[in-house]
Design a protein around this ligand. Structure first.
Ligand code: NAD
Ligand code: UGA
Length: 460
């Protein structure tokens, strides 16, 4: 079959896989190919167990794979055969040299640009889908321009705004699709070619365009704003715990102001995930690079509050369990950084587990999708950690439960049955405020929510 467009994506990760699956699903007359240097990942995309857990992803991959969606290791030939190339490689925080711990590590993006340059035999549109510091497109353009007039490479910025756990609905019904380009004839032509792809299923009013630098910067700023809301509400949760105010009531009252809005005001043990921290660090680094120390300090405080929230949670466990955890069994309910994903990157559960182990507690970790990744994250810890998927079995015989992920299934647990199976006094630390605290207290638990008065059976 002859396809109308041939699209390639370099990087078969959490973004590359789902976003290309959606394009293939919505555009059956386009051929979409995804490549990766990680051959295990490609094998997994071609198997029955996909490397990424996302509700709805399996169904779409089943419908498209082998028809107009292909996962392959042959990067060289795919670059030759495709005219539109998305770059969706990882952009982690740099761990070495100048900017270590702050700046984005652009080595994978640069390598990709060089691969494209080396293997291209025709002009291409190259689209940044990875999250990048503002002005990265300039470096891409300069590398690609060394083709010296043989072919033209037009670089676009098309950042991805999907969130994990809701990726498929976010991709199908995005709040907006952002496309940044050079405002030259060639740039505008490339821009309209990309608009054509999204216009297959995204209403035109939701496809917005801008200059390329605004597009790159908007992605970092969007994540910074979202993370800032979580840190804002978490900072107030600490004040609530001192004053008997209730963070859910405060968030509801504040969020009902239509100028503020109700989303992203759920107090928690802190945000995790591969992007919020790294993107804010990247923003802070950019500010300091441009001499804007005050602006950088403002955004850095979002990360500081996030760390403070996790430290507070841990300190609360220690203090309320009589200042010693040695030999006590603590069950962690949820290791993923949020519900509906198996991803554990930057999950607060990693920090909490390490701290519990440092206090010589025995930790039993339960999660419906993230146990494999949890074992990788904690590979250095051999003793005092167990992984048990069934929450009832995981909790039996424990002194305390710490709920760290907002999985729906934890809301529905039979807490009477759980209480009966635990060592008394039984403690419940709800890092997500997802269970019925009064009911659990009535059953007999000592309950410690986030940003709400503790419900304790001990007399002070
Ligand atoms: P990921 O680590 O899951 O996937 C990146 C993939 O790129 C890896 O499989 C890696 O092997 C591959 N890769 C690296 N260099 C390569 C090369 N030269 N050739 C071929 N493949 C190569 O990362 P991700 O979570 O998919 O994120 C990708 C980008 O998208 C990042 O910039 C991230 O900030 C951004 N982003 C992520 C999300 C998310 O929800 N995870 C959402 C929006 C944006
Ligand atoms: C986030 C953004 O929401 C996406 O728009 C963006 O594309 C993506 O980062 C990215 O660039 O990687 P994601 O990290 O997948 O998506 O998940 P979120 O839903 O944003 O949650 C991030 C963290 O904040 C989670 O740990 C979540 O539990 C926490 N959170 C979120 C709260 O603690 N409270 C809230 O009210 C909302």
């Amino acid at each position: 079959m002859k396809f109308k467009k041939n699209i390639l994506c370099i990087g078969a990760g959490y973004v590359g896989g789902p976003s290309m699956a959606m394009i293939a699903y919505k555009c059956p007359d386009y051929r979409v190919t995804v490549v990766d240097v990680n051959s295990d990942r490609i094998d997994a995309w071609n198997s029955a167990e996909l490397p990424v857990y996302e509700p709805g992803l399996d169904k779409i991959v089943k419908k498209t794979r082998g028809k107009n969606l292909f996962f392959t290791k042959d990067i060289e030939n795919q670059i030759k055969e495709n005219d539109i190339i998305f770059v969706s490689v990882n952009t982690p925080t740099k761990t070495y040299g100048v900017g270590a711990g702050m700046a984005a590590d652009l080595q994978f993006v640069e390598k990709t640009a060089r691969q494209i340059l080396k293997h291209s035999r025709s002009s291409k549109i190259v689209i940044e889908k990875s999250t990048l510091p503002v002005k990265t497109a300039l470096a891409m353009e300069r590398i690609l321009a060394s083709a010296k007039g043989k072919f033209n490479f037009e670089v676009l910025s098309n950042p991805e705004f999907m969130a994990e756990g809701t990726a498929m609905t976010d991709l199908e019904k995005p709040d907006r699709v952002l496309i940044g380009s050079r405002e030259t004839d060639r740039g505008l032509k490339a821009r309209s070619e990309l608009i054509d792809i999204y216009a297959r299923w995204v209403p035109s009013g939701k496809i917005i365009t801008s200059n390329i630098w605004s597009s790159e910067l908007s992605k970092l700023v969007a994540n910074a704003f979202l993370a800032q809301r979580v840190s804002s509400i978490n900072s107030i949760s600490a004040l609530c715990e001192k004053t008997d105010a209730d963070i859910s009531e405060v968030a509801r009252a504040v969020g009902m102001d239509s100028r503020v809005g109700s989303k992203f005001l759920k107090a928690s043990i802190g945000f995790g995930g591969s992007c919020f921290k790294k993107d804010i660090l990247n923003l802070v680094y950019l500010c300091s690079y441009y001499g804007l120390q005050e602006v950088g300090a403002y955004w850095e405080s979002v990360i500081k509050i996030n760390e403070y929230q996790q430290e507070r949670f841990m300190a609360n466990i220690l203090k309320n369990m009589f200042s010693t955890l040695a030999g006590k069994k603590i069950c962690i309910l949820g290791f993923a950084f949020k519900a509906d994903t198996g991803d554990t990157r930057e999950s607060p559960a990693i920090y909490i587990t390490r701290k519990l182990i440092a206090e010589h507690a025995e930790v039993i970790i339960s999660d419906p999708k993230a146990l494999k990744n949890a074992a990788i994250d904690l590979a250095g810890i051999k003793e005092n950690v167990k992984y048990i998927e069934d929450p009832y079995r995981a909790i039996a015989g424990c002194h305390a439960i710490a709920i760290l992920t907002d999985w729906d299934l934890y809301r529905k647990l039979d807490f009477q049955k759980i209480y009966n199976s635990m060592i008394k006094p039984a403690f419940l630390f709800d890092g997500r405020n997802i269970v019925d605290h009064r009911k659990c207290f009535a059953i007999g638990f000592n309950v410690y929510p986030i940003g709400k008065p503790a419900l304790s059976h001990f007399k002070t």
